[in-house]
Design a protein around this ligand. Structure first.
Ligand SMILES: Cc1ncc(C[n+]2csc(CCOP(=O)(O)OP(=O)(O)O)c2C)c(N)n1
Ligand SMILES: [Mg+2]
Length: 363
């Protein structure tokens, strides 16, 4: 049976919202169980989300200044998902699998900003040695299984990582093997066959995996409600007998609490969870997208739910931190982001004679 621990009232407002059903869902979603955080964790969450936001803003600047090439998909607006999920897991122990919208997942997983920015410039110092670029970030050290250009491509890879954890423990007798894998993907991807196949297998084998759907309402220019027969993706878990939950993806404390529940189940051998995070991207699909399809009113509706401002309000209203401390963090992050750009611009290009190096594991 699916578990719905966040409760929607199911009521619709008298006047339809400009933001449509996606907006109505988040407006009526009650995040009853948000994570309680102390000052230190609160600051860490704010720092991680700020790094994600400022890093992406810098990417846009570099792209429009002609310094960065190829497809670049930014994550602005969705930071509470990356930080909420990865921040509730164990870095360099658990595993993370991304999509082409992968910069911020890599940063949250601990890949240094210098390595991520270098990769975007195609430099040898990049986390994929400059051979991958924006959509193919990878770090064995930080357990980042990759960014993937084809939608749904990462889900079976993540499933394999989750299977490995279980196999090491149950078949090879390694009692310490309790890593959980988080697979991130979008709403549009949930109409892809790999999603259903992997949900089935994960539940059948009770694998330690968290399927994180970042439902930002849009798949390039296709609105979610137009493309799927059941827009409430979390409900699809029930077809497999899997735990499913919907959560406010603009609220990092709600995402963190939902992740903690899912991770607890996964580590206890109680299997996977499908977590649908309701969110929104603040920029176009990619930096090549003029973003003309989405209504201005809809964008404004979501801008009011900026996850960074929401966290700041939470932390300051509980007097855990002062606003000036957060401004100081932003300054530090800006310096870090500027430093990673300078580092990446000055770094060496890969040697053209070594174009195919690193294709095989022995390299
Ligand atoms: C297998 C495959 N089919 C089509 C595409 C083209 N494509 C690129 S992004 C995208 C939309 C994905 O939307 P969603 O899963 O909601 O992710 P978001 O971009 O919103 O993060 C599509 C169809 C692709 N990359 N791979
Ligand atoms: Mg989407």
């Amino acid at each position: 049976m699916s578990q719905k621990t966040s409760v929607s009232s199911g009521q619709t407002t008298a006047k339809p919202l400009a933001a449509g059903r996606h907006g109505e869902r988040i407006s009526t979603l009650i995040s009853s169980k948000r994570a309680k955080v102390d000052r230190q964790i609160g600051l860490e969450l704010f720092r991680d989300m700020t790094l994600g936001r400022r890093f992406e803003d810098k990417c846009a600047e570099m792209y429009y200044r002609g310094k960065m090439f190829g497809f670049v998909h930014l994550y602005n607006g969705q930071e509470a998902v990356s930080t909420g999920v990865i921040g509730a897991m164990k870095r360099q122990h658990d595993w993370f699998c991304s999509t082409y919208r992968d910069h911020v997942h890599a940063l949250s997983a601990g890949v240094p900003a210098r390595e991520v920015m270098s990769e975007l410039f195609g430099k040898e110092t990049g986390c994929s040695k400059g051979r991958g670029g924006s959509m193919h970030l990878f770090s064995q050290e930080h357990h980042l299984l990759g960014g993937f250009a084809f939608i749904g491509e990462g889900i079976p890879i993540a499933l394999g990582a989750a299977f490995t954890s279980r196999y090491k423990r149950d078949a090879l007798g390694d009692a310490s093997s309790n890593a959980v894998t988080a697979a991130f993907f979008g709403d549009g991807t949930c109409n892809n066959g790999q999603f259903f196949e992997c949900l089935n297998m994960a539940q059948l084998w009770q694998l330690p995996i968290l399927f994180v759907v970042e439902n930002n309402k849009w798949a390039i220019g296709m609105a979610h409600e137009r493309a799927t027969s059941e827009p409430e993706i979390w409900q699809k878990a029930a077809a497999f007998g899997m735990a499913g939950e919907e959560v406010d993806g603009m609220d990092v404390l709600a995402v963190r609490a939902a992740t903690q529940r899912a991770i607890k189940r996964a580590r206890a051998g109680e299997g996977p969870t499908l977590l649908e995070c309701l969110t929104y991207r603040f920029r176009g699909h990619s930096l090549a997208d003029p973003d003309e399809l989405r209504a201005e009113e809809e964008k404004q509706f979501w801008a009011k739910r900026d996850p960074l401002k929401a966290l700041e309000k939470d932390l300051t209203s509980e007097s855990l931190v002062r606003a000036d401390e957060l401004r100081a963090i932003e300054k530090e992050i800006d310096a870090e982001v500027n430093d990673c750009v300078e580092f990446a611009l000055a770094a060496a290009e890969p040697n053209a004679n070594e174009l195919t190096r690193y294709i095989w594991a022995e390299d």
